[in-house]
Design a protein around this ligand. Structure first.
Ligand SMILES: N[C@@H](CCC(=O)N[C@@H](CS)C(=O)NCC(=O)O)C(=O)O
Length: 218
């Protein structure tokens, strides 16, 4: 176990830094926040680029280790600090694989292949960055179709009354939920009552609400 001196997080107001905030709140860890935003210039300073050469948020630092992928940062937190009672850490090979399956599915199919394509190629009035990355109507259309297809594919695996793998949340819930709460921004409608109920249940968690308020400055 590591001690928890000096945990730092750069980034806020979007769903990727939120993953780290939520994990830190679950583990009841204090951290120093640098509330910098993407495309404000704050991620392009030479000082920041020395910490994160991608020029993106979030960045996580604990003592001497710096992590510039949100999923890896969450994983580090869960593995290195004292586990709270009400949090699920998989022990068996099959549970570990299931957590990974949810995380990779969310990061690849929901985040990269759906949400991020919309972010890059939607028009500015739809919160997109087509002025920077170019208009790509077909990519936008297929990203929307892909999202619907992936939601339909996973909806039966979402439990009716619990978190994804247990009665306590796990990394799978942090990564999956982070993608789901971002959909509205891009008018991605979740066409699954089961998943919408899961979202409502997850949003009721006090720790989720506190992390959300802090990350989104509410
Ligand atoms: N795979 C990275 C993605 C990070 C990322 O794309 N962050 C966005 C904001 S949430 C960003 O900084 N975008 C700025 C850019 O793409 O230039 C992670 O999950 O940490």
């Amino acid at each position: 176990m590591q001690n928890n001196n000096k945990i730092e997080v750069w980034g806020y107001k979007t769903f990727r830094p939120f993953r780290i905030y939520w994990a830190l709140y679950e583990y009841n860890l204090d951290f120093i926040k640098y509330k910098i935003g993407s495309r404000t210039g704050e991620t392009k300073t030479s000082q920041y680029l020395k910490i994160n050469s991608k020029g993106k948020i979030p960045t996580f630092r604990h003592n001497n280790i710096t992590i510039t992928e949100s999923g890896a940062a969450v994983s580090y937190i869960l593995d290195n600090f004292k586990k709270p009672k009400d949090f699920f850490i998989p022990k068996t090979a099959s549970d570990k694989a299931k957590v990974q399956e949810w995380c990779l599915f969310s990061l690849m199919e929901l985040d990269c292949l759906s949400i991020y394509i919309l972010r890059r190629h939607e028009k500015p009035d739809s919160l997109g960055l087509s002025k920077i990355y170019g208009e790509a109507d077909n990519a936008v259309k297929t990203a929307r179709m892909h999202f619907d297809k992936m939601i339909a594919a996973c909806e039966k695996s979402v439990p009716k009354n619990s978190w994804l793998l247990s009665d306590s949340p796990s990394m799978a819930d942090i990564i999956f939920m982070s993608c789901l709460i971002h959909c509205d921004n891009f008018r991605l409608k979740i066409k699954s009552d089961n998943i919408n109920l899961y979202i409502e249940r997850a949003k009721k968690r006090n720790i989720f609400q506190r992390a959300f308020k802090d990350c989104f400055n509410m």
